[in-house]
Design a protein around this ligand. Structure first.
Ligand code: RFL
Ligand code: PHB
Length: 388
């Protein structure tokens, strides 16, 4: 088989790249180890920045997002019994949308299928070859058959645990990492929204987040031990913990409902550089991870592939590799700002078991500063909507 760009991974990065390339008249093949049903039902991110919405709209895959996603013009920071609104629209002129990542995946898969795009699901044994030459290739197994794709370029969009990053030549690589001593316990609940906007709450017992998915399904998270097991958490224990962490002076309470999914996610910050080597380019979680507190992961995957698609367009249309050569530098500017913001939000809102009383007071003072200073609230809002 022969194509222009072989794409490994059908997450937001791989699928959107394939779709953008198609709009530019560039051929690609997407290889995904999971099934279509699996990628279309895995619950992950929920918050889309305005720039992500704009790109999905421009690329013609925003119809369902506009109809079913919920536009949010602000969110709340809750601590010490009080809720404080961060008015995103007033502070930045921009808003965000809450639209589940697996819905974005469904829209992108539908667009690729409608355009007769080549997608292979359930592939095994993906291996990369010839990365230094002008003719790299990928071998894999599909439906029991050994296959080989020759390509001009390979895009590693296969997430944090994929094969593309480990295939990079090791000389000159630099990885940056921080693993947090906590995780997030996530639940999906059958209930109406408890609040019109997302609530990020800091409490002595730990962080909690009230988010949403639809008028009938809600998404909530609370800080937990990353080694804990969902089996230790009965529904009653979960609700007691959420009520405790969301306690407040105005009598507001989170609305309970049937919990139909529980999971625990670890938290890390990670950046692997450079994001390219020869004809191999990494995009999204394959190159970097942020803790979810800043809601940046999927948005970064989208901004990486926007740059990569533009670089490939220049290469094929004008024969210029200048933009491709700059890909790592261009992508990392945004990546590091998002890394900083995600670390900041995480540090400000979670409890750290080893924090001294002094550090705990500083954390509260920092929140007082953010909600009390228009300048700091604006900086927070600009980062949250991705206005950089
Ligand atoms: P993905 O989505 O992990 O997709 C990679 C795909 O590659 C496949 N794959 C392989 N395929 C072939 N061969 C191999 N050897 C392969 N190895 C892996 C995988 O099966 C998969 O389908 O990476 P991508 O495209 O870079 O997208 C990144 C985002 O998924 C991620 O950053 C976000 O989900 C992070 N995130 C959030 N991001 C936001 O922008 N806003 C949010 O509100 C938000 N909330 C979250 C989040 C992530 C969370 N979890 C579960 C970590 C909330 C949570 C709880
Ligand atoms: C979500 O709805 O899944 C969500 C929202 C905001 C975050 C992270 C996750 O910061």
């Amino acid at each position: 088989m022969r194509t222009q760009v072989a794409i490994i991974g059908a997450g937001p990065a791989g699928l959107l790249l394939s779709h953008l390339l198609h709009l530019q008249g560039i051929e690609s093949v997407v290889l995904e180890s999971r099934s279509r049903e699996d990628i279309e039902s895995t619950i992950r991110a929920g918050v889309l920045e305005q720039g992500t919405m704009d790109l999905l709209n421009e690329a013609g895959v925003g119809d369902r997002m506009r109809a079913e996603g919920a536009l949010h013009h602000g969110f709340e920071l809750a601590y010490a019994g009080r809720r404080h609104r961060i008015d995103l629209r007033e502070l930045t002129g921009k808003s965000i949308s809450v639209y589940a990542q697996h819905e974005v995946i469904k829209d992108l898969v539908a667009a690729r299928v409608a355009a007769d795009g080549q997608l292979f699901f359930g592939v095994r044994d993906v291996a990369l070859h010839g990365l230094d030459g002008a003719r790299p290739s990928v071998t894999f197994t599909h439906a029991g058959q050994a296959q080989r794709i020759e390509a001009d370029f390979i895009a590693g969009c296969d997430g944090f645990h994929g094969v593309a990053r480990p295939a990079m030549p090791q000389a000159g690589r630099e990885d940056y990492q921080r693993v947090y001593p906590f995780g997030w316990f996530g639940i999906l609940v059958e209930a109406p929204p408890s609040s019109e906007e997302l609530i990020y709450a800091r409490h002595e017992r730990g962080f909690a987040l009230v988010s949403t998915r639809s008028p009938t399904v809600q998404r909530m998270y609370f800080q937990c031990d990353p080694k804990d097991s969902v089996d230790n958490w009965s529904d009653d224990r979960i609700w007691a913990e959420l009520h405790a962490r969301l306690e407040n002076r105005d009598g507001w309470r989170v609305t309970e409902g049937r919990i139909f999914q529980k999971n625990i996610v670890p938290m890390r910050s990670f950046v692997s550089t450079p994001m390219q080597s020869g004809r191999l380019f990494l995009a999204g979680d394959a190159a970097h991870i942020v803790p979810p507190t800043g809601a940046k992961g999927m948005n970064l995957a989208v901004s990486d592939v926007r740059l990569l698609a533009a670089g490939l367009d220049d290469f094929y249309r004008r024969g210029s590799s200048e933009r491709l050569d700059r890909y790592t530098d261009d992508a990392l500017k945004r990546v590091w700002r998002a890394e900083y913001f995600s670390w900041w939000m995480t540090s400000m809102l979670h409890t750290f078991a080893d924090a001294s009383p002094f550090q705990r007071e500083l954390q509260r003072a920092e929140l007082d500063n953010v909600v009390g200073s228009r300048a700091l609230a604006t900086a927070l809002a600009e980062n949250y909507v991705g206005a950089f």
